[in-house]
Design a protein around this ligand. Structure first.
Ligand SMILES: C[S@@+](CC[C@H](N)C(=O)[O-])C[C@H]1O[C@@H](n2cnc3c(N)ncnc32)[C@H](O)[C@@H]1O
Length: 238
């Protein structure tokens, strides 16, 4: 009985879970421990879930956790590289969290059935943020929601993404700070996220300058100035 008490998700996975629609069939790609689908099943949020992973080891642990928390009727494990072994009928909401942005984009790009406006994707890339935003838009996937969270001392970005024939207009700062570019107010986590972005871009700028790449350096300087203006002009919610 004790084991079956609902556990607490990390703030990062909790944010991902908040973007899953209720009553849907979920696929958690790269599930590892399967905490996300188990928590959603225990809270009665999803209809079914496939906890998928590339490797047997994590799936074994996922299966133990599924049994421990008594959700074996709702959550099933599946060995799959990305979404290769999952069919469209099995997936309404798809979570891909805790992986490199390039890998997440490859998984999306190689799954034709994701080109469907009814599919809801929740992605949490660990890297490659600018590139994944640009690539998604270029491939007709719009970002509908983007949130920043502090979890276990680190800042993470979670995006809700879907296929769309009509991508909403994005501004100059979108590749760097995503939908935060539309915010009038910034909380302390969002502010820190943009500050981190500015620091990373400054490092890149020094690289361009030391390599004598004048045009690239000028373009980047301009973006950095715009980002600095952006945070100075916003109201701070802290
Ligand atoms: C860092 S864990 C993330 C676990 C969980 N999604 C989370 O966010 O806490 C990454 C997991 O992705 C799995 N993985 C890596 N490449 C994959 C692929 N191409 N397809 C499916 N799973 C993959 C790994 O085996 C590992 O279990």
């Amino acid at each position: 009985m004790e084991n079956k008490r609902v556990f607490k998700l990390s703030p990062r996975l909790k944010l991902c879970s908040n973007m899953v629609r209720s009553g849907t069939k979920l696929v958690d790609v790269g599930t590892d421990h399967a905490y996300l689908p188990i928590w959603l099943a225990m809270n009665g949020i999803i209809k079914s879930a496939i906890a998928a992973d590339l490797r047997d080891g994590p799936l074994k642990i996922a299966n133990q956790n599924i049994l421990k928390y008594g959700v074996e009727n709702i959550v099933k494990v599946r060995l799959s590289d990305g979404l290769k072994k999952i069919s469209s009928e099995e997936a309404e909401d798809i979570v891909i969290a805790g992986m490199g942005g390039n890998l997440i984009f490859d998984i999306i790009k190689s799954t034709n059935w994701l080109k469907d406006k009814n599919k809801n994707m929740i992605i949490q890339p660990m890297s490659y943020f600018k590139e994944i935003r640009e690539l998604l838009i270029l491939n007709s996937y719009d970002i509908y929601e983007e949130k920043i969270v502090l979890s276990e001392g680190k800042i993470y970005v979670v995006m809700r993404v879907g296929y769309s024939e009509k991508i909403s207009l994005k501004g100059d700062l979108f590749p760097y700070i995503g939908l935060l570019e539309n915010s009038e107010k910034l909380n302390v986590i969002e502010y820190s996220y943009i500050e981190r972005e500015i620091r990373n871009l400054n490092n890149k700028l020094f690289g361009f300058i030391s390599m004598g790449l004048v045009n690239e350096a000028d373009k980047l300087k301009n973006i950095i100035e715009k980002l600095k203006e952006f945070i100075n002009e916003r109201n701070k919610d802290f």
